[in-house]
Design a protein around this ligand. Structure first.
Ligand code: NAD
Length: 426
């Protein structure tokens, strides 16, 4: 059941997430002068599991799906990371995302390692019953792998609160007792946390406010361009607008809207809910989404998907601050171009750490059996985001490196320290 690390496919170097993570790792390890042996330990996933999931479909046919769970590191605590369902999930992708989680949890300084899971399936052609069967069998196969003290999954692409409820229930049935802390991102009624839905967007707001302070910029004079109007981008836009910033452009896959005076985000959210698209929103000009990323602005918030800013377009970015709401929106090649252009990058493993931070709060609350109000959640989130921002930027200033390198240096150093303290068990 435990698979060997598969060779990395290199058909498209720049866009391969595993190679992208590795490029950042190598740079940080070089700067930290980490010895070869420790690099090997930090680079190699602790465990990779492949499971085959037989499911009887609604029409009576039997189908077998493949699922993965990668625990990249458990040095600082249980592995933590989402589960995605998609037809093109690969072990490379899951592995890269698991390592990202290790570094993200270390930057936030929360007591988790990193993990990620995925099931190769197309949720758009599966019924609710079929998805439930896949989820429950996947969980049953992983019952000795996951757990509150071992590995704590969460939602990711195409999985949601309902998926987490099924995982929690299946795990609990096997353990013969209700174990809410086995997953985070659960419905509030089953032990979810207040503030989890807004957490990633809210975290983006907190770090952006820190960056503005650094440049003596006022929120009221700040123009923001947001790519992706989903959970992260939609929440961040709403909260940034409430903090006084102007959201001058919203970019979606099927169109982009521009209003130099600021888009009314609440009205746009309502419009999208009703129309199913941001297009034809009356109070903004429709512009070509391909050009919209290159608008002159103070803050660019990519919050859609990976590899949006790459070697071919990074030279056109005209933002002062790039706040990476999405995971991996910038390729390693683009990093160098942005660095030359003096764009202040708030890297993904710092900027979007708000989600996993409130997941950590959910896990703590479940284990305590005592739930916090939203003010407490948001206040503690702010403290962690501000501290993480300060830790990363101080390290960047001290070593004269870019924020992304500093974030990786901070993370690698913290994980290496934990590995050294624990020692190598043989
Ligand atoms: P989501 O599905 O809620 O939103 C994504 C939005 O981007 C959708 O509205 C979609 O239509 C839009 N989109 C897709 N392709 C696009 C394109 N080419 N151009 C413009 N818009 C496009 O997803 P989400 O949860 O908001 O996640 C977005 C990103 O943030 C992902 O990279 C995810 O891994 C990352 N992230 C999410 C969380 C979280 O808590 N949700 C936490 C950390 C990181």
């Amino acid at each position: 059941m435990i698979a060997e690390a598969a060779p990395v496919s290199t058909h498209d170097k720049e866009f391969n997430p595993w190679l992208a993570a590795e490029a950042r790792f190598n740079e940080a390890a070089r700067r930290l002068e980490l010895d070869e042996g420790m690099q090997k330990v930090l680079r190699t996933p602790a465990m990779e599991v492949t499971v085959h999931i037989p499911v009887q479909l609604d029409d009576g046919r039997l189908e077998v799906f493949t699922g993965y769970r990668v625990q990249h590191s458990i040095a600082r605590g249980p592995a933590k990371g989402g589960i995605r369902y998609a037809p093109d999930v690969t072990i490379d992708e899951v592995r890269a995302l698991a390592s990202w989680m290790t570094w993200k949890c270390a930057v936030a300084n929360i007591p988790f390692g990193g993990g990620k899971g995925g099931v190769i399936c197309d949720p758009s052609v599966l019924s609710e019953t079929e998805l439930e069967k896949i989820t429950r069998r996947y969980t049953a196969e992983l019952v000795d792998v996951i757990g509150p003290e071992r590995d704590v999954p969460a939602p990711d692409m195409n999985t949601n609160e309902q998926t987490m409820a099924w995982i929690m229930d299946t795990y609990s049935m096997h353990k013969r007792t209700t174990v809410t802390a086995v997953v985070t991102g659960k419905p509030f009624q089953l032990g979810g946390s207040r503030g989890r839905v807004e957490a990633t967007g809210r975290g983006c707001l907190f770090v952006t406010l820190q960056a503005l302070r650094r440049f003596h910029m006022e929120p009221a004079d700040t123009r923001v361009v947001v790519q992706g109007f989903g959970n992260v981008g939609g929440m961040a836009s709403k909260l940034m607008r409430a903090a006084g910033m102007k959201i001058v452009c919203v970019i979606e896959w099927d169109g982009a809207l521009y209003n130099p005076h600021g888009i009314d985000i609440t009205a746009l959210a309502q419009h999208r809910k009703e129309a199913g698209t941001i297009r034809d929103f009356p109070d903004a000009e429709a512009i070509d989404p391909k050009d919209a990323l290159f608008l002159e602005c103070d803050v660019l918030l990519p919050a859609a998907k990976e590899n949006q800013i790459h070697s071919q377009n990074a030279g056109h970015i005209r933002a002062k601050i790039l706040c990476e709401g999405a995971n991996g929106p910038t390729t390693a090649e683009a990093d160098r171009i942005l660095e030359d252009r003096k764009v202040f990058v708030i890297p993904d493993i710092l900027a979007n750490g708000g989600g996993v931070t409130v997941s950590y709060f959910e896990w703590v609350q479940d284990r305590q059996g005592y739930f916090w109000n939203e003010g407490l959640v948001n206040g503690r989130l702010e403290e962690i985001m501000v501290n993480s921002f300060k830790d990363v930027t101080s390290l960047a200033d001290h070593h004269g490196v870019h924020n992304r390198t500093a974030a990786y240096m901070l993370a690698l150093d913290r994980v290496a320290f934990a590995v050294k303290l624990r020692g190598i068990y043989a």
